[in-house]
Design a protein around this ligand. Structure first.
Ligand SMILES: Nc1ncnc2c1ncn2[C@@H]1O[C@H](COP(=O)(O)OP(=O)(O)O)[C@@H](O)[C@H]1O
Ligand SMILES: CC(C)(COP(=O)(O)O)[C@@H](O)C(=O)NCCC(=O)O
Ligand SMILES: [K+]
Length: 279
């Protein structure tokens, strides 16, 4: 069994993948601040042969996790942001400073569809671009929905946006504090992604496929104006591409990779942008 670990600032997500069949056997998540100790929510390490890790948590969290796993598991692979990988060149001035979850998302996106826009809606919302030919441009970082809400300190932190609500409901003026906050932060996230996507496609002269991942992917994606795919396992896809262990992975197939819709024509994106500038 392969244990894939995606340690974010809020949640440490894990999944167990069968090395022979490439099937996902189980998955779960624990709070990142909690210790990674075998217990109710942690997979049984006895069955694990290899571990692949993406971590953006404090260095100490990664070090402790790796130390613990090395005692119990044969192979531990830790992903890092590099100047170049799998045909993509990292756009950061200091490539190693790009969050590795962003880098893995970009690599997975490029492997799946080529040039693309990869959005990760977690503790932070990140928006990254990679052009045809594999040049990563860099990207944008804004607070995630939960961080935005907590920063307001209006006593609404525990009332999450209902992921099943319709985007139209979430965009009307709120008539209670909790509604005003939820609708405001939703508007901030969704309009930033819509705008940044259109601006970058316009300035680079290319309509890009769009992929969304992270804990808030589903609700945020519903407010996006252009074709997109939700890909919950995008970071894991990057781990598979960097450290292929199963036959399917060696053949370049990532588990759970979605069918990504073609982007709308660049002229349409430009027309939408021109219209929003008139408002
Ligand atoms: N069941 C849940 N538990 C915690 N956070 C959730 C849950 N469902 C959605 N979220 C949202 O997802 C975010 C965490 O997403 P995730 O992609 O795991 O973040 P990170 O990678 O930064 O840890 C939270 O900030 C919250 O807004
Ligand atoms: C931007 C992030 C905090 C996002 O992390 P997440 O929301 O997934 O926990 C993470 O990718 C990170 O720590 N990046 C380093 C800074 C950078 O990418 O420029
Ligand atoms: K993120």
């Amino acid at each position: 069994m392969i244990l894939d670990l995606d340690i974010g600032n809020t949640l440490s997500k894990w999944r167990l993948k069968d090395v022979d069949t490439s099937e996902i056997r189980s998955r779960g998540a624990v709070w990142t601040r909690e210790e990674w100790r075998p217990g109710a929510d942690i997979p049984n390490l006895e069955v694990v042969e290899s571990v692949r890790i993406s971590s953006v948590a404090r260095r100490a969290v990664l070090e402790e996790t790796v130390q613990l796993l090395r005692q119990r598991v044969g192979a531990v692979y830790v992903a890092s942001s590099t100047p170049e990988a799998l045909g993509v060149t990292n756009g950061y001035e200091e490539p190693e400073r790009l969050g590795v979850d962003r880098w893995l998302g970009v690599l997975a996106g490029y492997q799946q569809v080529g040039a693309c826009c990869a959005v990760d809606c977690g503790s932070a919302i990140t928006i990254d671009f990679v052009l045809p030919g594999g040049r990563h441009l860099g990207g944008y970082i804004l607070p995630g929905l939960r961080l935005m809400k907590e920063s307001l300190k209006l006593g609404t932190r525990n009332v999450a946006i209902d992921p099943d609500s319709e985007p139209e409901e979430l965009l009307v003026p709120g008539r209670r504090t909790v509604e005003a906050v939820n609708h405001g932060i939703y508007m901030a996230a969704v309009s930033a992604i819509n705008r940044v996507y259109a601006e970058v496609c316009d300035s680079e002269g290319v309509a890009l496929p769009l992929m969304v991942t992270g804990g808030d992917a589903r609700v945020v994606a519903r407010g996006l104006q252009v074709p997109h795919a939700v890909w919950p396992d995008m970071v894991y896809g990057g781990l598979e591409a960097c450290f292929p262990l199963t036959a399917a992975e060696r053949a370049g197939r990532m588990a759970g990779a979605p069918c990504v819709p073609s982007p709308v024509a660049l002229e349409k994106i430009r027309a939408g942008l021109a219209f929003s500038m008139l408002l």
